[in-house]
Ligand binder design. Structure first.
Ligand code: 26Q
Length: 816
């Protein structure tokens, strides 16, 4: 038999030879002296080689054909570690394992070495990554556009119970997955002023100019030849610009400008950050949007297509308002640079762009003060005004005399300091607007974008979020994946609805036994990790009750904590009480400037210290704060969960996607009627979901009619006792001052109705405990959760975007 080619062969021998070659020619070493990192790099380059032929074929097919592509613009792509995922999608995990074993290396250890590309905050960034996986798997021509942050989301350490932020140096040891394309680069202007020439043409005379350089990462679909591109922009200084044109004689001034240019793609901003880095954040947004749109127009030119066909060739999706400056920048490119008439440019812009909203929280809606906007992007502000003038003229004609409505619809908020409303801008400039879960989309139409929904009801859609079963099941839960393969066949990986066929086995005791065995091994793996990271022993037989997500008051980690404290008190009162062993696991980062969230982390750790060290509890309760929750750690966490905490105040969590990852891995949900929980409950059945709490309309009514948190404390002795214990410093070494902001906030304002939902939450947790005692019943419910998770595949979500919003179709890639 002829041996396989070394750079493309998918069998053990070729892989083994490729790794040895790479060790020598890329890492400049040999097996005896190679470090684990050398082995990792040698393998990663070998895997990348195997993706390249597919990548090139995909690009070539796209360039040659008259097909439309989806362009996903997002300030965040939380792609997670790449090696394991690429092995899975190529279908060579077993071969790679064997090849590395023959070289004396453990594949899992190498996978664990990979740095996390933390280019996102949380749900929104991870959603973008799941969507790229599904687009490639569904063979849809697509490109993701974003920023190549040098520093991603900070790493979280816990010191004395407090969060400490540590810079994330993910690029320090090199990134084998990216390919820099110095020739794919664009200029982006900032500052200065505009001038109008004799032909009424506007020229933007910028004060500064930055270059964006493309860094490409291949995104391979699962067992297909489609390999799409994630194109991230790095900012660089434009040497000649500063030195020759503007800073003549001022060498140090020029170098300073250069430093500023290069800071544009330096760091990812955390959400929930009050007021810091505003100017740089807007500059980042404009920078990556301008590079991306220029690139899209360049690709159109390369295909020989006229500019008028842009909407037939590209669907540009705006992932929240972060890229919504695209509405204005596309108009600028079409009108100022391509010299199109305004009306035609506007028609093209609207038909090309679509906008996804991810939040209803008023404080999270992006606006930019006019002085900053004008100073940084003078030409764009002029275009915003022109868009607004034409838009409001139409509104006035339709609603004569309705000034209040005009003020609400305006792109400019005129109350107080004038600000540009980015959600209004995105809505006006798009042909489609969608929310991310049914409830969220309905509320969006009724609240934040109500006037727009009245104006253009046909523009509004819902696309419920989804998650990729490749990363969140095949890769991270191989034991369960194997059991599913044996039970329903392998088709579920790309057709998640096939998990339905598990239902027939849900009550079979032999199948239940195997199901529990898988969960048990996953819990042991997480327990080992907890021992290594936190130094705490937890019992894999206990109920693993998990809440992992960003720390935020609306997500109500403190409600969960009040339950822990309540159980703690009950056990301290009566050690004989029959309480099922539970291990409460929390994880998540707090924005560095969000003091209340950081205090919540401190309190979780304080409760953990008290609970874990109280001998009277007989080890029945354990509390863990798992540090540095990220995609890599998530691989161990979701598969080990028995209970998924989805307890946000109804109406506040747009969708949630962690809820879907837990469900897919057989966790039961305790949750409110919020975000996608509503649909999860519909799919799994009310009898398999632990529901509690006020519904969104009730929350809304209560907040409007006046909510008195103290009423709930007066009515509930256990709640009072729990709050008193916290207030007395029981979980803060006697420090009452430390916890005061949290207690005061709950007692005197409680904007997220923690106290109002407490009693129902505790009662619901009692139903959870009762269900847990009957392991047959629990296992059946667990199986049904996985069986009915089909809807929450990102493949389903992407099909909906393709059919309803983008009008983009798959394109088969033949390997050359
Ligand atoms: C904004 C301005 C300045 C700096 C940062 C930001 C910023 C960055 C990230 C604001 C928001 C985000 C991220 C938001 C997010 O993750 N939203 C979540 O999106 C998920 C996917 O749709 C939903 O499932 C979650 O419900 C939603 O909270």
């Amino acid at each position: 038999m002829t041996p396989e080619p070394i750079r493309t062969g998918l069998k053990v021998d070729a892989l083994r030879q490729a790794v040895l070659d790479n060790l020598a020619s890329l890492q400049a070493c040999y097996p005896d002296i190679a470090t684990p990192h050398d082995w990792y790099m040698a393998l990663a380059y070998g895997v990348r080689d195997r993706m390249l032929a597919r990548w090139v074929s995909t690009v070539r097919s796209f360039a040659a054909r008259d097909v439309k592509a989806a362009c996903y613009l997002s300030a965040e792509f939380l792609i997670g570690p790449q090696l394991g995922n690429n092995l899975v999608n190529l279908g060579i995990e077993a071969a790679a394992r064997e090849a590395m074993r023959s070289l004396g290396q453990d594949l899992d250890a190498l996978i664990a070495l990979e740095a996390e590309p933390g280019l996102g905050n949380g749900g929104l960034g991870r959603l973008a990554a799941c969507y790229l996986d599904s687009l490639a798997t569904l063979e849809v021509p697509a490109i993701g556009y974003g920023i190549r942050y040098e520093f991603g989301i900070f790493d979280q350490e816990i010191h004395d119970g407090w969060q400490v932020e540590v810079t994330d140096k993910w690029l320090q040891k090199g990134n084998p997955w990216e390919i820099v394309r110095p020739e794919v680069s664009f200029y982006v202007n900032f500052g200065g002023h505009t001038e109008t020439d004799a032909d009424a043409r506007v020229h933007w005379i910028p004060a500064n100019r930055v270059k964006g350089v493309a860094y490409d990462t291949p995104v391979l679909g699962y067992r297909v030849s489609t390999c799409n591109t994630l194109r991230l922009w790095k900012s660089e200084a434009v040497e000649s610009f500063d030195l020759k044109d503007f800073n003549v004689g001022d060498y140090y001034g020029a170098v300073h400008e250069k430093v500023i240019s290069e800071t544009l793609s330096k760091v990812l901003y955390p959400n929930d950050e009050p007021e810091i880095g505003k100017r740089l954040r807007l500059a980042q947004q404009y920078f990556f949007v301008s590079c991306s749109l220029q690139d899209i127009l360049r690709l159109l030119d390369m295909k020989g297509e006229p500019i008028a066909r842009l909407p037939e060739m590209a669907a540009v999706q705006l992932n929240d308002t972060h890229p919504s400056i695209a509405v204005v920048e596309l108009m600028r490119l079409l009108v100022d640079e391509r010299r199109l008439p305004w009306e035609q440019a506007w028609d093209i812009t609207q038909r090309t762009l679509a906008y996804t909203n991810h939040t209803l929280l008023p404080e999270a809606l992006e606006t930019w003060g006019l002085p900053l906007f004008r100073d940084l992007l003078p030409r764009l502000l002029e275009i915003v005004y022109e868009i607004n003038r034409r838009f409001l003229d139409k509104v006035r004609r339709r609603y004569p005399g309705d000034d209040a409505r005009v003020a609400r619809l305006s792109l400019i908020d005129e109350a107080g300091e004038k600000r540009v409303r980015m959600a209004n801008l995105a809505t006006v400039g798009s042909h489609a607007v969608n929310g991310v879960a049914a409830l969220h989309s309905a509320l969006l139409r009724q609240t934040v974008l109500r006037d727009f929904a009245e104006l253009w009801p046909e523009r509004f859609h819902n696309v419920t979020n989804g998650v990729t079963p490749r990363r969140f099941l095949v890769l991270s839960n191989p034991g369960l994946a194997q059991l599913l393969n044996e039970t329903v066949g392998e088709g579920w990986v790309t057709d998640l609805s096939r998990l339905k066929n598990l239902e027939a086995h849900a009550s079979e005791s032999s199948f239940q036994e195997r199901w529990r065995r898988v969960k048990r091994l996953n819990k042991e793996a997480l327990a080992n990790l907890i021992r290594a990271r936190v130094g705490l022993a937890v019992d894999p037989d206990a109920l693993f009750d998990i809440q992992v997500k960003r720390i935020h008051e609306y997500k109500r980690q403190h409600l969960n904590l009040l339950h822990v404290i309540t159980l703690y008190q009950r056990l301290r009162r009566n050690a004989q009480l029959d309480v099922a062993a539970r291990c409460f696991i929390f994880g998540g980062k707090a924005a560095p400037g969000y003091h209340m969230a950081k205090l919540m982390i401190r309190l979780i750790n304080g409760v953990a210290e008290a609970v874990n060290n109280d001998a009277a509890l007989g080890g029945r309760l354990k509390v863990v704060f798992f540090p540095d929750f990220n995609v890599k750690n998530a691989h161990y966490i979701y598969p080990a969960a028995d209970l998924s905490e989805q307890i946000s105040t109804a109406g506040k969590e747009a969708s949630g996607t962690g809820n879907m990852k837990f469900m897919l891995n057989g966790a039961l949900t305790i949750g409110t009627l919020d975000g996608a929980n509503v649909e999860i409950r519909e799919e799994v059945g009310a009898e398999n979901f632990f529901l509690f709490g006020m519904a969104a309309d009730h929350v809304d009514r209560m907040m409007r009619e006046g909510y008195r948190p103290s009423d709930y404390v007066d009515a509930n002795a256990e709640l009072r006792e729990a709050l008193d214990l916290v207030a007395a410093g029981h979980f803060s070494h006697g420090d009452r001052e430390m916890v005061r902001p949290l207690i005061d906030n709950l007692l005197h304002s409680d904007p997220f109705l923690v106290l109002a939902d407490y009693a129902e939450y505790i009662a619901c947790q009692e139903r959870v405990s009762a269900a847990w005692k009957d392991q047959g019943r629990w296992t059946r419910m667990s199986i049904l959760n996985t069986a009915r998770a089909g809807k929450f595949s990102s493949d389903r979500a992407i099909r909906e975007y393709c059919d309803r919003i983008w009008k983009v179709r798959p394109m088969r890639i033949a390997l050359d």
